[in-house]
Design a protein. Structure first.
Length: 159
């Protein structure tokens, strides 16, 4: 049995704006996240976890930020690509675990919508998607409310 684990990490700083996009869900907030795409740290971390399990680099290798066609792109494009790549190589995604790290906005009211969005994008059952959040106890850039980080793990199993 071929089982592969991958780990992903992403971070984006805040900028002026009125919402963030996290795990495919638009969440009202006092700031937006700055990035070349829509800066969805959750989907970026999950995407990198899948690429990692495939030993195939990261988002930047597949979607270079120097390429203007990805400016402002919705991050579900990246995740769908990673899922399709895994499928084409004979793997299915067993489960995904993603932790969002920030002081604000509060994630609890939104986690079920985020879980559903990731399940829809990856085409795996919702009960195989874990979305959770933690603070950094006011330490570091996330603690100072300068941005949001995310870590994710994906498990792939040969079909």
């Amino acid at each position: 049995m071929d089982v592969r684990l991958g780990h992903g990490y992403d971070v984006h700083a805040f900028e002026d704006g009125d919402h963030v996009i996290l795990c495919g869900v638009k969440i009202p907030h006092t700031h937006a996240l700055r990035g070349h795409s829509d800066a969805d740290v959750g989907l970026h971390a999950i995407t990198d976890a899948i690429y990692g399990a495939l030993c195939d680099g990261d988002i930047g290798r597949h979607f270079p930020p120097s390429d203007p066609q990805w400016k402002g792109a919705a991050s579900d494009i990246f995740l769908k690509h990673a899922v399709a790549l895994a499928t084409s190589r004979g793997f299915r995604i067993s489960n995904v675990d993603c932790t969002l790290i920030c002081e604000m906005p509060k994630m609890y009211p939104h986690w079920e919508r985020m879980q559903s969005a990731v399940a829809d994008i990856t085409e795996i059952p919702k009960d195989r998607i874990s979305i959770k959040a933690t603070t950094s106890e006011e330490l570091g850039f996330t603690g100072r409310k300068e941005g949001i980080a995310a870590i994710a793990t994906a498990c792939l199993i040969a079909s």
